[in-house]
Design a protein around this ligand. Structure first.
Ligand SMILES: Nc1ncnc2c1ncn2[C@@H]1O[C@H](COP(=O)(O)OP(=O)(O)O)[C@@H](O)[C@H]1O
Ligand SMILES: [Mg+2]
Length: 334
């Protein structure tokens, strides 16, 4: 097959800009995906997902696209490339523009999950100015930008314990990220991420990853913050933060699998997805968010959840990438 990879390539950036590009993919990741695809397919092209991408895709006319484009900005950024591919009639891996847009907006995703009776933390949204905490909610709370990913805007101080911290953090999120702040009740229990592969009645749950907060530096809040993902954890000094497969009793394992599959279906996800789930203080799991364009850093020391779960299931990085393509091909019947 002639396959194109659509992606936003992260160039070397100065440290103060690193957060802006946290979602984008580095050269090593893209090369690894390319090499994986070349194991099974004769031609693989890399298409940078910028403004020239529509023309390039039209000229190339690949038979399939492996889509990993995070987009150039705005709250529909992940939908751009799939929308172009739909317009051009080119098959691609992963979710539709609609699902990618809904999952990127944490509020919309929560509303849909709630419609299906899937537990998600209680919340309120501050559009512009903080005017008091929603009735029934209490500290501690967590403040997040409404449509970011890769822990952008989720810092150690996003966990707030009083009104002053809350007001301050809401203000910072709105003024820095130019979007509303989502304020959620803080769930203090165990945290998991569940990687799924497949469609319809053939959705495979990969071994569940637990985030082990005993490994983060003393004094840091137990959240998978920007610092935990990108600062405490460096390839040259990896943080041993994942437990995979997580140590779970049968009941919790079944509940997590069911929640993940139900969420996948509720949002109309396709082919693959990683779903973040955290338990409250009494051990009841809630869905935090869905990642229908999951990060896939190839190097094991880079601590990337999806490849980690795949490895635990006996799938190498190459096998993971090619499995996603095979699942998409099956869906299109090609
Ligand atoms: N309501 C919550 N209660 C407890 N921890 C949370 C909550 N929301 C987010 N977190 C923590 O913050 C991390 C990042 O939040 P998440 O919503 O997954 O955003 P991102 O899209 O940046 O991954 C989570 O993995 C979790 O550790
Ligand atoms: Mg997350």
């Amino acid at each position: 097959m002639r396959i194109a990879i659509t992606c936003n390539i992260k160039e070397e950036v100065p440290p103060h800009l690193e957060e802006c590009y946290a979602e984008w993919d580095d050269h090593e990741t893209i090369e690894s995906v390319k090499n994986a695809l070349l194991e099974k397919h004769e031609e693989v092209f890399i298409v940078n997902a910028d403004r020239r991408a529509p023309r390039r895709l039209e000229e190339l006319r690949p038979e399939m696209v492996f889509n990993m484009a995070e987009g150039m900005g705005g709250d529909s950024r992940e939908s751009f490339i799939p929308a172009v591919l739909e317009l051009l009639g080119i098959p691609y891996t992963g979710s539709s523009p609609l699902t990618l847009g809904l999952c990127l907006n944490k509020l919309r995703a929560k509303q849909i999950l709630s419609c299906y009776g899937i537990p998600t933390p209680r919340y309120f949204v501050v559009e512009r100015e903080y005017r008091g905490i929603k009735e029934g909610l209490d500290f501690p709370l967590i403040v997040k930008p409404i449509h970011e990913g890769s822990s952008k805007g989720i810092r150690n101080n996003s966990l707030v314990r009083n009104e002053e911290e809350l007001r301050e953090r809401v203000h910072t999120v709105i003024s820095t990220y130019h979007q509303p702040a989502l304020v959620e009740e803080y769930l203090s229990g165990r945290e998991f991420t569940v990687a799924l592969l497949g469609n319809e009645d053939q959705i495979r749950v990969l071994p569940i990853v637990e985030i082990d907060y005993s490994t983060i530096p003393e004094g840091a809040n137990p959240i998978y913050s920007y610092e935990a993902k990108w600062v405490f954890d460096r390839p040259e000094n990896p943080l041993d933060i994942f437990r995979c497969p997580a140590d779970l009793d049968d009941e919790l394992y079944r509940t997590l699998c069911q929640l993940a599959v139900d969420s996948f279906r509720a949002l109309g996800v396709r082919d693959w997805c990683r779903i973040d789930i955290r338990c409250d203080g009494s051990g009841r799991p809630h869905v935090l968010e869905l990642n229908p364009l999951p990060g896939i850093l190839p190097a094991p020391e880079c601590n990337s959840c999806f490849p980690k779960a795949a490895r635990a299931a006996g799938l190498s990085f190459s096998e993971l990438v090619n499995t996603v393509v095979d699942i998409a091909r099956k869906r299109y019947g090609i």
